[in-house]
Ligand binder design. Structure first.
Ligand code: HEC
Length: 136
């Protein structure tokens, strides 16, 4: 009986540990993601993700959550050609970022999918790696 109680305590403690670890990673990705966003993306998409008129599409919508594979590839390889965002057509050119690591892309993805009214899960490195393998 006593052993069972002890086992329960250990299980609860271990589980709290994993929840905290996940929260810690999430916070770390958000902090680093914001810094990277401001260096590599904010000039165009603006610090508040609102974009620039007819030239730069906004990120303050759920496009990045719904099109993770496209966005991960766009961050690494750039993007051009007509694209419909929030009911408007954009036809610009987004530059590539070959210098960004999978971790850095995961942090940027986590930041843009959890800012400006967006809410989603943390994007992991292995998720980014498998999406990058499928880029055209
Ligand atoms: C030089 C300006 C510029 C920079 C810097 C830039 N983008 Fe873009 N981005 C664009 C343009 C222009 C488009 C639309 C491309 C098209 O018309 O096909 C776009 C499209 C997008 C899209 C898809 C459309 C949308 O609004 O959801 C996402 C997501 C995105 N960019 C995220 C990023 C992220 C993240 C970074 C930083 C790593 C970044 N961009 C850096 C100009 C830029």
């Amino acid at each position: 009986m006593r052993n069972r109680y002890l086992l329960l305590v250990i299980m609860v403690w271990a589980c709290l540990g994993c929840v905290n670890k996940d929260k810690m990673y999430f916070k770390q990705y958000m902090t680093n993601g914001e810094k990277l966003y401001n260096v590599h993306c904010g000039n165009c998409h603006q610090p508040d993700g609102s974009g620039l008129g007819n030239l730069i599409p906004p990120l303050s919508n759920d496009f990045s959550i719904k099109n993770k594979s496209l966005v991960v590839c766009a961050i690494r390889n750039g993007l051009s050609g007509p694209i419909q965002i929030s009911g408007k057509t954009f036809d610009g050119k987004m530059p590539s970022n070959p210098q960004l690591s999978s971790l850095e892309i995961a942090e940027i993805m986590t930041y843009i999918t959890n800012s400006w009214e967006n809410s989603s899960d943390r994007t992991t490195i292995s998720e980014v790696d498998s999406l990058l393998m499928l880029c055209q």
